[in-house]
Design a protein around this ligand. Structure first.
Ligand code: C2G
Length: 129
């Protein structure tokens, strides 16, 4: 059982996220998503439109997602990889190189981002409509 872990806010869930999650799950047999808490988002300078609980429920509707855990800080990744026995850590390549420190603990794979779609775009468009 090859276990994959990925992180993110996943606000206003869109096809860019879904294509990332599908490819992440295809790297193994079990996908764990560490979902940024509202508090951590403010640390990241992000304000999600939907609460952590709403964003968690949206993610759990995706067949490729096996477990959703909380992401509360930047420092938890090594412990998460150990606790959840992750063999692979993956993120979109907008993060390329940023998480290479995880290499001793698991494989680190960056996947190409889906162009021209973002939660910011959706929030802006929806707010304007
Ligand atoms: N993503 C993508 N294509 C897009 C938008 C996002 O592939 N058009 C990917 C991102 O690269 C990331 C994941 O979807 O791997 C989640 O994106 P966000 O919700 O924007 O997450 P982010 O704010 O980058 O948080 O500790 C890491 C952070 O929690 C990452």
């Amino acid at each position: 059982m090859r276990r994959v872990i990925t992180y993110g806010t996943f606000d206003t869930l869109h096809y860019g996220h879904i294509r990332l999650l599908r490819r992440a799950r295809a790297l193994g047999d079990y996908l764990i998503v560490a979902l940024s808490s509202d508090e951590f988002n403010s640390l990241k300078g992000k304000k999600a439109r939907f609460s952590w609980e709403e964003r968690k429920a949206d993610l759990e509707a995706i067949r490729f997602v096996d477990l959703v855990i909380r992401e509360d800080n930047w420092e938890q990744k090594v412990q998460d990889v150990i606790t959840h026995r992750a063999d692979v850590f993956t993120m979109g390549d907008d993060w390329i190189g940023k998480f290479d420190f995880l290499n001793p603990h698991c494989e680190v794979i960056y996947l190409p981002r889906t162009p021209d779609i973002s939660s910011t775009m959706i929030r802006t468009r929806v707010a304007a409509s």
